[in-house]
Design a protein around this ligand. Structure first.
Ligand code: NAD
Length: 242
């Protein structure tokens, strides 16, 4: 962890994740200093709790930062990626629903800056992902279904996490199917079911607080800053002994 606070730009600051990031960063001023908070629309107030706010259209005027943390929507992703590439700064993004062209742009930018995109920043989901691949490998021919549930405001479906879990199941030889539920204020639930003849395995992760994602993203930003250009994954930063 850095001894001076990491200067962070938070992109998507008025959203559910953005608000969690602002709150957690404010709780540890020795670790994180939010130098810019960016929202889609012009902010009602220019400075909130000492944090300067900018509209997406003003992104190029944001002050210098060490790392940007992006939890916005796919249409906001390109501009923040371009800003990080232009400034030579690290980007951590959890924005889901990206188009294939946006993923290619991420790979291209990774030649010049360190980038980490993850569909889920929780440690529990990283472990679930590992279990799903192992189960799929051990259960050839079983049906694999992934059911994800989120709050009614979530736009993309299946969730980015469900798709990541599905990729792991496929690596293990399964052919996953997806179902999505949008209900109430569910933070995020992922059930991976393997069904055979006369038996069934259910692997479930339930997130009850967005703080797990926000904390993971802040820690990822601190660990990404100063790294060589490249595309990083959560496991690279979690298990590298730093
Ligand atoms: P939200 O709708 O509550 O907030 C979205 C934020 O993005 C708002 O601040 C909005 O002003 C901003 N925004 C929208 N369009 C923009 C643009 N064009 N330019 C700049 N800013 C723009 O959404 P949320 O629940 O906070 O989730 C945000 C994203 O993070 C979604 O893609 C969601 O799926 C994803 N998410 C990822 C994880 C993870 O662990 N990877 C966890 C939770 C949510």
């Amino acid at each position: 962890m850095a001894t001076t606070p990491l200067r962070v730009l938070i992109h998507g600051a008025s959203g559910r994740m953005g608000q969690a990031l602002l709150r957690l960063a404010a709780e540890s001023p020795s670790h994180w200093q939010v130098v810019a908070a960016v929202t889609r629309r012009p902010p009602a107030q220019r400075v909130i709790d000492g944090v300067p706010f900018f509209a997406a259209a003003e992104l190029s005027g944001a002050p210098d930062f060490d790392a940007a943390i992006d939890f916005s929507l796919p249409e906001g992703f390109g501009p923040v990626l371009a800003l990080c590439a232009e400034r030579g700064r690290a980007l951590v993004s959890g924005t889901t629903g990206l188009e294939p062209a946006q993923r290619q742009a991420l790979d291209a930018a990774a030649r010049a800056i360190p980038v980490l995109w993850a569909s889920n920043f929780s440690v529990g989901v990283a472990v679930l992902d590992e279990l799903v691949e192992r189960a799929a490998r051990a259960l050839p021919g079983w049906d694999c279904d992934i059911v994800e549930s989120h709050h009614v405001h979530k736009k993309d479906a299946p969730s980015g996490t469900a798709l990541t879990l599905g990729e792991s199941a496929q690596r293990g030889g399964a052919q996953p199917r997806y179902a999505s539920l949008r209900a109430g204020d569910i933070v995020g639930e992922h059930l991976v079911q393997f069904a055979g003849h006369g038996e069934r395995i259910e692997l479930v992760h339930r997130a009850t607080s967005r703080d797990i994602f926000a904390r993971g993203a802040l820690q990822a930003a601190a660990r990404l800053h100063g790294r060589a250009p490249g595309r990083y994954a959560m496991r690279d930063l979690l298990f590298d002994g730093n």
